[in-house]
Design a protein around this ligand. Structure first.
Ligand SMILES: [Zn+2]
Length: 380
């Protein structure tokens, strides 16, 4: 089975975050069929395939998540059809990121078949990345301690050496309920929420030359009670997503936001990092803190040099860049400081859209790159 065929097979199996079980079954069977030495699953339901000598250290871990975002809107193709047309494979998860996952599974198997591996190489098919980046990969890294990690998310075959992080927060503004006919008797939390949004929007964003702006955006707003009819609500909660830069801490971000609110005389609030419960398809439940740090790998690092060699081996000129979105690399590089790069088929702009698709030529190329990288870093 080649990487395009495997992408098609995986796209045809739905599996939003927390419901990846059937995808995991297919991944596990495929890894066994392709000759992986060991294939296991952890408590989160992540599938880990390993090749190379059992007693050797693990030089490389390729990571791809199995979960996809929900199908929404009007599609012109069957989102789980995996149709191949005009050089592209169509369906939910084709770009994000069953193409990259399939390419890693096939590319690593191809390198192992050459029979020259001196070190172990692993592929993790992780869960829940779309809900909480990094947690599932952390569980894998607790077990195998790789020397380097490749995030196989869509990069249009560009080599990514850095990534913004992400902090998710809830701002709850407390009001004083009253009858809507007598609003002067209460305190309207909605008015304060509007002021808070303006104050936070006016903050000067932190910036870095490499990663750009630390973006703060509101993604959700709800009153308590909801609906609040004919009365001022007790409180309003706004969810914020902050894209973070290298070196920023949770406390840096929270205190800057508190300062902006204080400067606008807003004090009737709580601001905290979210830690709501997440459940895996294995029924394991946990409450992760939504803090995924940014990271950057020095472009002089040996891993970057090896990746450039692997790209040139395919006859291509390397293109270097940084991720615009957050990935499991926040765990490997941001938290654990393990050298990490990103490289995968498909464009970031094709992720999470109606009529998602991936260039099948890029899927095949990515598999070739992964094979070359394995041979170059773990081969004889
Ligand atoms: Zn993804």
């Amino acid at each position: 089975m080649d990487a395009v065929e495997l992408t098609q097979k995986l796209v045809r199996i739905p599996g939003v975050s927390g419901q990846e079980g059937a995808v995991a079954d297919a991944v596990e069977q495929t890894m066994r069929d392709l000759g992986y030495r060991e294939v296991t699953r952890d408590s989160f339901g992540t599938v880990l395939g390993q090749v190379g000598p059992e007693d050797a250290s693990t030089h490389l871990l390729f990571d791809g998540h199995m979960d996809v975002v929900p199908v929404v809107g009007e599609w012109s193709v069957d989102p789980f059809g995996g149709e191949i047309r005009d050089g592209r494979l169509w369906g939910r998860g084709s770009t994000d990121m069953k193409g990259g996952l399939a390419a890693a599974i096939c590319g690593v198997a191809a390198a192992a078949r050459e029979g020259t591996l001196k070190h172990q190489v692993a592929v993790s098919a992780t869960v829940l990345e779309e809900t909480i980046e990094g947690v599932a990969l952390g569980s894998v890294m607790d077990r195998i301690d790789p020397q380097a990690v490749v995030i196989c998310e869509p990069t249009s075959l560009e080599l990514k050496t850095a990534q913004k992080g992400r902090l998710e927060m809830l701002l709850t503004i407390h009001g004083k309920p009253s009858h809507a006919a007598y609003p002067e008797r209460g305190v309207n939390a909605i008015d304060f929420a509007a002021r808070a949004l303006r104050a936070l929007d006016a903050m000067k964003p932190v910036t870095s030359e490499e990663l750009g702006k630390g973006i703060l955006v509101a993604t959700d707003i709800i009153s308590d009670p909801h609906p609040s009819i004919s009365m001022l609500p007790n409180s309003v909660t706004i969810r914020f997503d902050r894209r973070t830069l290298v070196g920023e801490t949770q406390e840096d971000i929270l205190s800057a936001m508190r300062d902006a609110l204080t400067a606008d005389n807003i004090s009737n609030y709580d601001l905290k990092v979210t830690d709501s419960e997440v459940s895996a398809y294995t029924e394991k439940a946990f409450e992760p803190i939504r803090w995924m740090p940014a990271w950057s790998l020095d472009r002089d690092h040996a891993l970057v040099a090896k990746a450039i060699d692997a790209i040139r081996e395919m006859g291509d000129e390397p293109r270097l860049g940084v991720f615009g979105f957050c990935t499991n690399g926040s765990e490997s590089a941001g938290v654990r400081k393990v050298p990490t790069i990103g490289f995968g088929p498909g464009a970031e702009s094709d992720a999470h859209i109606i009529d998602e698709s991936v260039d099948i030529g890029e899927v095949a190329k990515a598999a070739e790159f992964y094979r070359n990288l394995v041979t170059g870093m773990a081969g004889a």
